[in-house]
Design a protein around this ligand. Structure first.
Ligand code: SER
Length: 573
């Protein structure tokens, strides 16, 4: 079975049963507490909590997902970073009976997936102090025709889903397993530890909401959330040993194999998975950077580049593989081929020097700490090289050295300038407030992912280092100046408030990466006349009382500071 057929069958099956087809949400979640959408339920959380979905109470979708937890497993038969998840949803509508029956029908009906009942087994929640044993689901399975020996009860670690993050909707689930081995007869009794049983579908019965205090409350609205791992299901249905044989990954593997004699199948799979994920991430608006999502993407692309290099794949670049990804998903997802190719090329060229030097220094026997801090060669690639060379390394010692190193550089910069300020002269204080306005303007123009990386202010000028990985155009410079000057012109009050660090983090006050703060912190707010926050930063001050004291703001220089970090110098006239 091809990917297109599985997608279509799934959507149509549930559409016929009153579900509205909803397109996938972006990989970037709306809720900013997590980095990526990692399950179909994540973009639907508000609706699972009771908000009305515009498409109604029955929804079917295929959600793009990205999971970081499995990054190190990628290369084996079943793990991906990026994957698709098929899901049907009841938002306060049907419950266990319909959900289980429809899953069963979709899997076994001869017009649908036509799986023999003999090859299926299920698990249900065994109960604990928060929720009872799910006898109801087990009974439904039995009535449908799953034999008792193929139904088992498992604890919360196995048969419970959610919440994503600390709190939110969750509940017991029932998982459906498929016997994948064509050469070994299916055993009568279901043993989930036997690797021939592959979990293909998970039906979650969300009847609880976990609170921030760890309590399980009965949900006001009972929902069904089902999730079927697309690549994995496609592989088992076709009798493939691994997901890389499916038509959403195989063209990548075969292209890679055309250009290398290497037998490193794990390396090829890593390249295929990581370039596919990167293509989706860039198309959804993620940019390479040294923080958050952009950093995760940087890590996977660099790992892919490392493997291209080690398999002598110079003749095709990663950008050529992007084109294959685009072809695979033509008509399925809108992907931005040009943008992806450009960003990938740029990132690969940035990294190629680091990679060459890093490898050379590695061969010369350089220590991991030096490889990282002096040559920028990332630990995960040192680990890959160690694996190839059968080398053991003391990573605890590495962590220890890193910690000492960070503390040292913190103390060094603190010693030079108190909080980045040369003195407390009026001119310096004014530039300090302008510095806050500039950071806010950078975020307004380029997004919240822009973070401060360093600052230095004296009576003549301010200097800010921030995460951003391309040159800023003259038009953008002008826009930044306009934004800051507009705030100055509005005559906004600058207010200092003290609060516990937890609260300051909760309201999203800006803090500088790598800087340690105490339990009670001071946060400086600049608010406009309507009470909207223009800027909020963890900061010891001092500042002017009102922005009108600043005069005219002007950017005098914009340059690279280090990789992925830009530097701006600005003055007040
Ligand atoms: N939320 C469940 C999962 O991700 C079912 O969709 O497995």
């Amino acid at each position: 079975m091809k990917s297109a057929e599985l997608r279509q069958k799934f959507l149509e099956f549930f559409e016929k049963r009153g579900h509205k087809i909803v397109p996938s949400a972006s990989l970037i979640p709306q809720d900013t507490t997590t980095l990526f959408n990692s399950a179909g339920m994540q973009p639907l959380v508000p609706y699972l909590l009771g908000e009305k979905h515009p498409a109604g109470k029955r929804i079917v979708d295929i959600q793009k997902c990205f999971r970081t937890v499995d990054i190190d497993e990628v290369g084996d038969d079943t793990h991906n970073t990026f994957f698709e998840m098929l899901g049907n949803w009841s938002l306060g509508d049907y419950w266990k009976e319909d959900s289980i029956r429809w899953s069963f029908e979709f899997l076994t009906d001869k017009n649908e997936l036509n799986i023999p009942i003999q090859r299926l087994a299920v698990s249900c929640f065994g109960g604990d102090e928060n929720a009872p044993k799910d006898e109801e689901s087990a009974k439904i399975w039995e009535n449908i025709g799953i034999s008792k020996e193929r139904i088992i009860f498992l604890p919360k670690e196995d048969n419970w889903w959610g919440p994503v993050g600390e709190s939110g909707p969750c509940g017991p689930d029932t998982e459906i397993f498929y016997w994948k081995n064509n050469n070994v007869p299916v055993p009568q009794k279901f043993d989930p530890t036997d690797k021939n049983w592959v979990e293909i579908w998970n039906n979650v019965f969300m009847q609880y909401v976990k609170t921030a205090d760890g309590e399980y409350m009965t949900a006001e609205q009972k929902n069904v959330d089902t999730g079927m791992g697309f690549e994995r299901t496609l592989a088992v249905l076709n009798g493939y040993e691994n997901i890389y044989e499916t038509d959403v990954l195989q063209p990548l593997i075969s292209k890679i194999s055309e250009y290398t004699n290497s037998e490193d199948f794990r390396g090829k799979r890593i390249v295929a998975d990581h370039i596919r994920a990167t293509t989706f991430m860039i198309s959804d608006g993620i940019e390479f950077s040294n923080t958050d999502r952009g950093y995760v993407m940087r890590r996977i692309l660099r790992k892919a580049a490392y493997y291209c290099n080690s398999m002598n794949l110079e003749k095709i670049g990663l950008a050529d593989l992007v084109e294959i990804v685009i072809k695979i998903y033509e008509g399925v997802y809108p992907l931005d081929g040009n943008k992806v190719c450009q960003s990938v090329k740029k990132e690969v060229s940035l990294f190629s020097k680091t990679l060459a030097t890093g490898k050379k220094k590695y061969e010369e026997g350089e220590d991991a700490f030096i490889l990282f801090t002096t040559y920028g060669f990332p630990p995960e690639l040192i680990k890959e090289l160690d694996k190839e060379n059968g080398k053991e390394r003391d990573w605890v010692l590495f962590e220890q050295k890193m910690k000492e190193h960070q503390e040292l550089s913190r103390t060094a910069s603190a010693g030079m300038f108190k909080g980045g300020l040369a003195d407390h002269e009026p001119a310096t204080v004014k530039l300090h407030t302008a510095h806050h306005l500039l950071l806010a303007a950078l975020q307004e123009l380029f997004g919240k992912q822009v973070k401060q990386r360093g600052s230095n202010i004296n009576q003549e000028r301010l200097r800010i280092d921030f995460s951003f990985d391309r040159k800023i155009t003259p038009e953008e410079i002008k826009k930044l100046e306009d934004i800051v000057n507009d705030k100055i012109g509005q005559g906004l009050d600058v207010v200092r408030r003290e609060m516990p660090i937890g609260e300051a983090q909760k309201i999203g006050a800006e803090m500088e990466f790598g800087v340690k703060y105490g339990n009670t912190v001071s946060v400086y707010f600049i608010e406009d006349k309507k009470g909207n926050t223009v800027s909020k930063e963890f900061c010891g001050g001092p500042h002017v009382a009102n922005t009108k004291e600043l005069g005219k703001f002007k950017i005098v220089k914009e340059e690279a500071s280090s990789q992925g970090v830009r530097r701006i110098k600005a003055i007040l006239q």
